[in-house]
Structures are given as C-alpha cells and as structure tokens.
Ligand binder design. Sequence first.
Ligand SMILES: Cc1ncc(COP(=O)(O)O)c(C=O)c1O
Length: 401
Amino acid sequence: MKNKATKKLQDLQHFGEFGGVNPSISDSSTYTFMAAKTMMDSFEGHAEGCYLYSRHSSPSNLYLGEALAALEGTETANVAASGMGAITATILQICSANDHIVCSRTVYGGTYAFLKNFAPKFNIHTSFVDITSMEKIEAAITKNTKIIFCESISNPLLEVANIPALAKLAKKYNLILVVDNTFSPLSISPKLLGADVVIHSLTKFINGTSDTVAGVICGTQEFINSLRDVHIGASMLLGSVMDSLRSASVLKNMRTLPIRMKKHSENALYLAQKLKADGLKIIYPGLKKHPQHELFKEISNPEYGFGGMMALNAGTLAKADELMELMQQKGLGYLAVSLGFYKTLFNAPGTGTSSEIPEDEQKQMGLSEGLIRFSIGLDNDIAHTYNEMKKCLINVGLLKA
Ligand SMILES: Cc1ncc(COP(=O)(O)O)c(C=O)c1O
C-alpha cells in the first residue's frame, strides 16, 4: 500500500510569524479580543481563527496537530499532554454510562488498567478479546457496544490487527473503531485502512528523544471539535493539554520521523533475523514465521519496514533480568520502559509495562514472564550491536559459544 498521507506530511510548510522557518512558539495562556462579541462567539465555537484560552487551543498545538493529521491522513487532530490523556479523553467523549467497549486483550497496560479498573466507575464496561479473531470480536459485541479499540501492533506481543476487517465489522454494527498507532507511525496508516479515530502516544517514536510525554487524537473535524467543546468536550474539560513549548519541540523532532522509522525497522529486522537464525525465540512481524507477517505486508507502507519493536523470550524472568542487566552494562541500551529512543530500550513487560494485567490473564494471552520487549535503536553499526548482543546471550547461557 502506498501512503498518500505521508506525501501530505512531506509537503507541509509552516511560516513563522516573522518569516521564521520554525513557527513562533505561542507563549500565552490567554488571548485578547478586540470586540467583546467575538469573545462570546468564541465560547460558542464560532470565531474561526481566534484563540480563547490555551487549554482549548493554541497556535503551537494547532501546528503540531496539523502535522499529525497530515501524518495520519485525517481531517484534523488534537494534541494532548500524554498518550493516556488522548486515550482517556477519546473513550470518555464517545462513551456514556452503560456503554460497552470491545478491546484487544493485548494493549498497553495503562489502557488495560483504565478500561478494566477505572471506566467501570462510570458504568462503562469492556470485553477484552483476542484481536486476531474476528469471530471472537463479533461475538463480544452487544447492543450497548460503542467502540472497538485496538493497537495496530499490539503491546507487547506484536500481534498485527486486521484494521480493514475490523473497520468492516465496526461499520456493520455502527461502532467507532479507535486504533492506537503508537508502535507503527508511517508504516501503518489506520485511517486509510478504515479506522475512525487514530491515537498516538507521541512520547515514543514520533518525538523520539525520550524527553517528554505527549499524545494526540486524529479524527474528523466534527469529532475533534466535540473534544474541544467548552461545554461537553473531554479534552477541554479533563484538561490534558500540551504546553506550547513542548509541542514546538515535538514538531521539530517529528521532521526526522521518516528517516528514523526506516533505520529503526532496518536494525530490528537485522537483529530479528540473526537471532532467530541462532535459534532464539523471537517475535517480530518481519519474520516469515510471524502469524500476521503476510497481513502486515498487505496493510503497511513497505518503505518503512516492519517497525522497531521486537520481543525475545528468555524463558524465565531471572534469565531475562540477567540478560538485560548485562546488555545495559555493555552499552547496548537501557533497561527502561518506553520506546522510540535512539538507543535500544528493553524491559520485561510481564513485570513492567504490562504489570497491570493480572498474571493469569497474561498467561492466557501468551505473555510469558521471560519475555523481553526491545525497542531497537538507531545504531549506525548494527552488525557490531549483534556481535555484542551475542556475547551477552552466550554469557547468560541462552546461546552456546
Ligand atoms: C501503545 C501505547 N499506547 C499508549 C501509551 C501511553 O502513552 P503515555 O505514556 O504517553 O501516556 C503507551 C505507553 O507506553 C503505549 O505503549
């Protein structure tokens, strides 16, 4: 699939207030009106081009939102202070008490915890299902279902969601398909495949420097307007707003996203193939044995490869810990949560980023305690990385010398 949206992103130009190639940062929380009537109109959402208050919108946030809408091919986008700020606002905007959500059982632990433990306080209930089974998803839909929620590449098991098939199902039952595309910016374009709302934790690949948390909701103008509505908008009223200084820096980092994603993918594929050939248990969508390898190829933009995320099963948590500590000592990366950094990051999600998911449910979904999730970095000499990694694997006894 060729991605028309990324062309839009490439062609996007912003002219700063003083002709600067970077737009000026809007360093204000509030904005003046020359006429009182315009301020009133603005509260009603009818004052095009006017700013009211930065929790509602700000020039810097609109610039970043415009770039993210171009990335995803949506009409517009609303940035948030974190990925969770984007996810919770979207869900609470769409759902009311007694509504129901069908969600992939392999999602980020925070999303899982919100849906499992927090949303029920508002009588919003969720069925967690195997997102690769259309039958199970369809069977979970009730008359109260409002949303199908999934990640394009799931966290941490790297299952690939069949977004076109999910979109069809969502249309059939008049549901909203919300896709968290954090793991696969550029390589997968959910909106172009039929999703209604696309979410990112910008904290990860899009910002790419692990120096902030940030998020975005990409969708129709109508949906984004509803999120910003001063009377009923979840983004406006829950207040997860990004600061202008941060959105300006995320926008600058985003310009290198295409070249970074290509390198993350190239490095991850190299390591996955080598380590698999060595006999290790590797999960990576670029490997032919991955259950959704063909699907990934069908729905992705090939120039960006299979993404920067890879998982290795070390067998036991003790072995995983030993390996991660050694790799960190040897300078191969950091034992840290999160992803999308220039250095490789690794953690054992069973006790880390997915620890919100109860142990028995982890087992059910195939998340073993020895699984290490890698966000592969931008290493210039990946053959050197592989050689050093191999030494660590031999050292801890996962490979023979
Ligand atoms: C797939 C995914 N979605 C959402 C989030 C939450 O994003 P944030 O930490 O920016 O709130 C994360 C965080 O790890 C994630 O991995």
